[in-house]
Design a protein around this ligand. Structure first.
Ligand code: SF4
Length: 223
């Protein structure tokens, strides 16, 4: 293990180490978390981007996710096919992240992918715009199977950490959900099954997608 720094966590007292990673980018999605409360409260918070990599992290070969900031993406313009190396910290208690590692730094490009014109989608594989564009566009729920397969390389696909206000101000629950920020006319799109939002003293509310209309009403079908 390539250890460069260590701290102690309060819960386990197990040390957490900053690790080194290296890998090829297989996809890049926006990094967000979602707050849900009963049926009609769904707020998306945008934090930056997630790099989905295949390579080596902390001495282990495989696939892993590294969270990066908007500023880092603006500076380095990450693309699918790039090979980068850097450092990061394990997301041990990061409830608002789906990544394996965050607080990334010391980036070094090993190989840059060709800056060729992205093929027409879907899926859309161009350079991702800043997070403010995702905020402005808003998201619709996306079927998990699509996110895993046909949409996996799409710049508009997203998997977010979700915080559910289970007992308001007292108990929260956490899970992950998949979303799409892409054009409402995308032929690949499917909303997937309804999503239950539990509350401690009542039947779960069900989000069947009607919140998607609210979240994306500011843009047209082709946008
Ligand atoms: S459904 Fe959304 S994520 Fe999937 S290809 Fe279309 S725009 Fe991209």
């Amino acid at each position: 293990m390539d250890i460069t720094e260590a701290v102690n966590t309060k819960s386990s007292q197990e040390p957490i180490f900053r690790i080194r990673w290296q890998g090829q980018i297989e996809s890049i999605h926006c990094r967000a978390w979602v707050w849900r409360y009963k049926m009609d409260n769904r707020t998306h918070h945008h934090l930056g981007f997630n790099l989905f990599l295949k390579g080596d992290a902390d001495g282990q070969a495989g696939r892993f996710i590294v969270a990066i900031s908007d500023t880092q993406h603006t500076k380095l313009k990450f693309r699918i096919g790039d090979v980068f190396k850097g450092t990061a910290w394990p997301c041990v208690k990061a409830k608002h992240d789906i990544a394996d590692y965050y607080r990334a730094g010391a980036f070094k490009a090993m190989i840059r992918a060709d800056e060729q014109t992205a093929p027409e989608g879907p899926p859309f594989t161009g350079l991702l715009p800043p997070t403010e564009v995702f905020e402005r566009r808003g998201a619709r729920m996306l079927d998990l199977k699509l996110w895993r397969k046909q949409c996996s390389t799409c710049m508009w696909a997203n998997r977010s950490a979700v915080e559910i206000e289970y007992k308001f101000g007292k108990v929260k629950r956490y899970r992950k959900e998949t979303f799409c920020y892409g054009p409402r006319s995308c032929t690949l799109y499917d909303v997937g099954p309804p999503r239950e939002v539990p509350y401690f003293d009542s039947y779960p509310s069900t989000d069947e997608g009607w919140m998607d209309e609210l979240c994306t009403q500011q843009r047209g079908d082709e946008d």
